[in-house]
Write a protein that binds this ligand. Structure first.
Ligand SMILES: NC(=O)c1ccc[n+]([C@@H]2O[C@H](COP(=O)([O-])OP(=O)(O)OC[C@H]3O[C@@H](n4cnc5c(N)ncnc54)[C@H](OP(=O)(O)O)[C@@H]3O)[C@@H](O)[C@H]2O)c1
Length: 233
């Protein structure tokens, strides 16, 4: 079946039978249950209606899934607020970064109020918040980051990261840690899922699960470093 579109009736986007078939196919390869299952796209017009609601409840009752949520479309945090308030999801996955702080406006407070867990994705801005993207950065042909860092974006990223480092009095090597701690400092955020290909990054990132948030002063400084742009488009 095709990937669900951004809009349209809920039963066309997420037919109950398809959810069940797809989950059972995945379970055959993985085990007897999943801790968390998420839709990959969402549109808030589907909140509170559709056969997906009953199917998800059935799968929970059968013990095949424990928690259910949605991954919010890129840079559209408010497009899941109604869903969160409907009480029908356990988790939300959302882009939340030093650059894209929009979720802190309405979505994250709603999640806190309704006990919905928050999984923050792309907290390192696909590498933009690691201190490693510079004006001369280039990626292999076919690499999706050519879209994220198109035109003069690498130079813009370099300038913005340099400004963050100067304001916080940190070095570029501290940028990744600061970007992850920024996200984890929000009380509504349950976890962050940085992408990692090296053991070194896994070790460095897991070491940040020490419960130490940034200071209020650091957070106030970072509030001035928002950068609203269509990152992937
Ligand atoms: N719609 C969706 O649901 C959706 C869309 C996009 C992504 N995601 C999820 O979000 C997760 C994160 O996304 P992402 O990996 O694309 O972006 P990301 O976490 O913002 O950035 C990953 C980049 O940061 C680098 N990195 C990680 N830790 C670092 C450290 N300590 N120091 C320096 N560099 C570091 C990685 O390098 P190395 O690779 O070299 O370690 C990689 O280049 C993924 O696991 C994916 O499952 C979901």
């Amino acid at each position: 079946m095709a990937r669900p579109g951004r809009g349209g009736p809920p039963d066309r986007a997420f037919p109950g039978e398809h959810i069940r078939d797809s989950l059972e196919t995945s379970l055959r390869a993985s085990g007897d249950h999943f801790d968390v299952v998420q839709f990959h796209v969402w549109s808030d017009e589907r909140a509170g209606r559709g056969e997906w609601l009953e199917t998800v409840q059935d799968l929970k009752r059968e013990g095949k899934i424990r928690l259910f949520g949605v991954s919010v479309n890129d840079h559209e945090p408010d497009n899941a607020v109604r869903l969160v308030r409907s009480g029908t999801v356990d988790t939300i996955q959302v882009i939340y970064t030093i650059f894209d702080q929009a979720p802190a406006g309405t979505l994250l407070p709603a999640c806190a109020e309704h006990g919905v867990g928050v999984i923050a994705r792309v907290a390192l801005d696909e590498g933009g918040l690691t201190g490693r993207i510079t004006a001369g950065s280039a990626f292999p042909e076919g690499d999706f980051r050519n879209r994220c860092f198109r035109d003069d974006r690498p130079a813009q990223v370099e300038r913005r990261v340099a400004a963050i480092c100067a304001d916080l009095g940190i070095g570029a090597d501290d940028m990744a840690e600061t970007a992850l701690r920024f996200v984890l400092s929000h009380p509504a955020v349950s976890t962050v899922i940085p992408g990692m290909r090296s053991v070194r990054n896994v070790e460095r990132n897991t070491a940040l699960s020490d419960g130490r948030p940034l200071t209020d002063e650091q957070l106030a400084t970072l509030a001035g470093h928002r950068w609203q742009r269509n990152f992937y488009g």
